[in-house]
Design a protein around this ligand. Structure first.
Ligand code: ZN
Length: 287
């Protein structure tokens, strides 16, 4: 029984179930591709969960068959040109600027900035992943503390096909062994939930029908711990990852990422090398 249900934003849903806040991406017709509207709605939902003293754990999930197909690079509601009130950086508004002056500003805010902001949420976050978790979808799952996947889940970052060295939040060689991270990026192949589990990128795999129950039970169990203890533990492990170079690594690769965008814009049709969801899917042999 939900304590605090029914406040629905069309692209993100928020529901509190006892000590657990469930934040749901809700664009199933576009496999939960993230446009900026969704990014800011997610941020608002997380802010609400952090501010609610009754919430101990946050679950992030996606409606429908897939967790997330990544950033919105082709739906009718793509809104990369629009202005939103910035939350994650003090860089200037990207709207109305040209080239990298726009692109770097926008991606600093909505991609790297938001991912860092969410990784530092002082409450445990569990990503509940079914179906596709692609590129920008990986960033969302990776900033969560735990990942529970159904056995039909798969993970991929195919953006090397655009000439780009991985998605903006470059955690690949921290969440995967470096040699596997290279294979993952060089091939763009889908990694199965089983393989991701063997490599410690996900915590648990369960049958699709058991996913809701498994995540709810795990969240309830964690919620029995003291709030400050959880927050300090999260910070402790995050600090350890940053001492292993995650924070500085993301910054340095973000420069390479934008070198690639700029090269594409200079030599091709656009900063994505003319690729869209259809051509990306066709190139990967996906269905
Ligand atoms: Zn980018």
């Amino acid at each position: 029984m939900a304590d605090d249900a029914g406040d629905t934003n069309e692209v993100v849903l928020y529901e509190r179930r006892g000590p657990v806040a469930v934040v749901t991406m809700n664009r199933p017709e576009f496999r939960n591709a993230q446009n900026s509207k969704m990014t800011y709605a997610l941020d608002a939902a997380f802010y609400r969960a952090v501010d609610d003293d009754e919430v101990k754990v946050i679950v992030l999930e996606g409606t429908g068959k897939h967790f997330s197909a990544g950033h919105d690079i082709g739906s009718p509601e793509r809104d990369a040109h629009k202005t939103f009130e910035r939350k994650a950086s003090l860089w200037w508004d990207h709207a109305g600027k040209d080239g990298e002056e726009s692109r770097f500003a926008r991606e600093s805010e909505v991609y790297v900035g938001m991912c860092r902001r969410w990784r530092e949420i002082p409450k445990p976050m569990i990503a509940k992943v079914q179906g596709a978790c692609i590129a920008g979808g990986l960033m969302l799952a990776w900033v969560c503390d735990l990942i529970v996947a159904s056995d039909d889940a798969f993970f991929a970052d195919p953006v090397v096909r655009m000439g780009i060295p991985g998605v903006e939040y470059f955690a690949h060689p921290w969440v995967l062994p470096p040699r596997i991270a290279k294979e993952f990026l060089y091939t763009g192949d889908r990694m199965s939930a089983q393989r991701a589990y063997e490599l410690s990128m996900v915590n648990r795999i369960v049958a699709r029908d058991d996913l809701d129950g498994e995540v709810a039970a795990l969240a309830e169990k964690i919620a029995a711990m003291p709030r400050l203890g959880l927050a300090l533990t999260k910070k402790a492990v995050n600090q350890a990852e940053d001492l292993q170079g995650l924070h500085a690594g993301v910054d340095s690769v973000f420069g390479l990422h934008h070198l690639a965008h700029a090269h594409n814009a200079e030599t091709s049709r656009d900063s994505l090398a003319g690729m869209d969801p259809k051509s990306m899917k066709a190139a990967s042999g996906g269905s």
